[in-house]
Design a protein around this ligand. Sequence first.
Ligand SMILES: C[S@@+](CC[C@H](N)C(=O)[O-])C[C@H]1O[C@@H](n2cnc3c(N)ncnc32)[C@H](O)[C@@H]1O
Length: 255
Amino acid sequence: MHYLTNKIYNGDVFEFLDILPDDIFDLAIVDPPYNLRVDEWDIFSSEDEFLSFSFLWIEKMLKKLKKTASFYIFNTPYNSALFLNFLKDKAIFQNFITWYKKDGMSTSKKRFNNNQESILFFTMGKNYYFDCESIRIPYLSTERMAHAAKKGILKNGKRWYPNPNGKLCPDVWEISSARHTNKINGKVVKQNHPTPKPKEMIERMIKASSKEHDLILDLFAGSCITSICAKELNRNFIACEKNKNFINSNLEIVI
Ligand SMILES: C[S@@+](CC[C@H](N)C(=O)[O-])C[C@H]1O[C@@H](n2cnc3c(N)ncnc32)[C@H](O)[C@@H]1O
């Protein structure tokens, strides 16, 4: 079946997934509705309705991924636990990543404040690409590391020297939300999309789980940050978003 790459399909994900051939994507990055009522597309009549919707797109998406593909799914910790249970015999679980947003709104006085979102990282098989070197992050203790770089640190009888590119990336990601980083003079500015994801986070997923020229699926694309990062990192993409107003105007739309 014919399909166009490096384009944004403006339509419904279920119809979009039905027109694509199976086994074509190397990586999927999916930021779907969370059932938190943040916008009209995030309202469901019940948890059951939300889960039926979610499990249906997950089932359809899995068919489109290569046997060597990886995928990342964003959601609340609670929904992610339910997705994980649904996925456990369909793909291979790799990580339950915690995105510590640092700047979540403090509103709950009867329980702990929500300051995190979750990201499920799965692969379709045991044979998959993962470039841990491209996503190293700086060591926290810069002084100690500067000292260690010169003299090394004695560990189990061997001298260990820090990697100049930083430490291996852990499964807790401390990244400020786009709402926070886009503030002007300390004030939150209205954005084109209510829930944009930080570029730094998407770049990390793309670098870790795809090679140049690989094909990336950007489902529920919103402002298409995944497609933009894919283009900048020399990967190919296909995206789907139903609301044309959210789609970044520098990208080519297919209706
Ligand atoms: C969580 S947001 C994605 C935000 C995006 N990651 C960004 O950084 O801008 C989910 C998006 O899914 C879209 N959406 C919801 N249901 C959809 C459907 N059935 N088909 C296509 N898009 C849908 C919404 O319009 C919304 O933009």
